[in-house]
Design a binder for this molecule. Structure first.
Ligand code: SF4
Length: 65
C-alpha cells in the first residue's frame, strides 16, 4: 500500500501516531515522519489513521502492481 500525508494540511495533532504507531511517528522537533510504503499487514492501522486525522491529510491507496 501507499501512504501519503498532505503536509500542508497536517497540524501535527498526532492522532495518526496513536492509531498507527508502526507507520507514523514524530521526530525530535515534532515533525511527522511516516513510512510511505508500509507492509499490507498494516492496512487496518493505516485506514484507522486516515479515519481519525481531523484534517483528512492521510491518504491510503493500494500498492501499484
Ligand atoms: S492525524 Fe493528521 S493532522 Fe494529525 S499528525 Fe497525523 S496527519 Fe497530521
Amino acid at each position: 500500500m501507499q501512504i501519503t500525508v498532505d503536509m500542508n494540511l497536517c497540524e501535527s495533532h498526532g492522532q495518526c501516531v496513536f492509531a498507527a504507531p508502526e507507520i507514523f511517528s514524530f521526530d525530535d522537533e515534532d515533525r511527522l515522519l511516516y513510512e510511505a510504503a508500509p507492509d499490507d499487514a498494516l492496512l487496518g492501522q493505516a485506514r484507522k489513521a486516515a479515519a481519525v486525522c481531523p484534517v483528512r491529510a492521510v491518504t491510503v491507496s493500494p500498492a501499484a502492481s
